[in-house]
Design a protein around this ligand. Structure first.
Ligand SMILES: Nc1nc2c(ncn2[C@@H]2O[C@H](COP(=O)(O)OP(=O)(O)OP(=O)(O)O)[C@@H](O)[C@H]2O)c(=O)[nH]1
Length: 221
């Protein structure tokens, strides 16, 4: 198992009593093999489970502080298999939140959010908060490494900046090819953006530049 550590910055509503710990029950659902157990293992046990073992039910606990407030989480791992559709609902009572997980590299697991998970949660715990969680984003960057290419994520629907960033990076890839120079008769926008770069920048510098600018909802890895 690989050891992992991460830190999070969160803040709580004011008015909570720091001498009392806050207890929350969080249930994790989503299609089979979308990564629920790995998510919980890394959070609660600081290690990534190397082998896949199908879950029936599993409980984890985690405690930590946010803004000096003690938090105790009870985390319920469930099976994504339809075989356990009749027993999974046993985990929903008294839950404060349900994480609906999907694997970003398997679109069918995102389809299931509407086809299956939303309805199940509305039936068994309609007042519980739902959070949608996209897992395994490394799959895209791993594929990019395999083909020796930069990796960029984009939403044409929601972020014009992310679209522009793709063509920014693509343009830099073109002009960085051996012997090829930026032509001055490109569109104004392209010239303007490229002219921000000192000399002929390399792609890794651009990638790290864009990573710092995550608010634009574009990720370059
Ligand atoms: N590349 C990659 N693989 C992952 C990640 N998380 C989990 N996996 C792999 O995905 C497979 C399924 O992971 P689990 O966490 O067991 O999936 P699950 O959703 O709990 O599956 P069920 O118990 O069947 O509901 C395993 O082989 C994991 O190693 C991730 O972030 N990246």
């Amino acid at each position: 198992m690989k050891e992992r550590r991460s830190s999070q910055k969160l803040s709580l509503k004011s008015g909570m009593d720091p001498s009392q710990s806050v207890k929350c029950k969080i249930v994790v659902v989503g299609d089979s093999q979308c990564g629920k157990t790995a998510l919980l293992h890394v959070f609660a046990k600081d290690c990534f489970p190397e082998n896949y073992v199908p879950t029936v039910f599993e409980n984890y606990t985690a405690s930590f502080e946010i803004d000096t407030q003690r938090i105790e989480l009870s985390l319920w791992d469930t099976s994504g298999s339809p075989y356990y559709d009749n027993v999974r609902p046993l985990s929903y009572p008294d839950s404060d939140a349900v994480l609906i997980c999907f694997d970003i590299s398997r679109p069918e697991t995102l389809d299931s959010v509407l086809k299956k998970w939303k309805g199940e949660i509305q039936e068994f715990c309609p007042n519980t908060k739902m959070l949608l969680v996209g897992l395994s984003y490394d799959q895209g960057s791993n594929m990019a490494k395999q083909i020796n290419a930069p990796y960029i994520e984009c939403s044409a629907l929601q972020s014009e900046n992310s679209v522009r960033d793709i063509f920014h990076v693509a343009t830099l890839a073109c002009v960085n090819k051996n012997g090829k120079h930026v032509k001055r008769n490109k569109s104004n926008r392209a010239n303007k953006r490229i002219s921000h770069m000192p000399g002929r920048p390399d792609l890794s510098a651009v990638a790290s530049d864009l990573r710092k600018d995550k608010a634009k909802s574009c990720t370059v890895m």
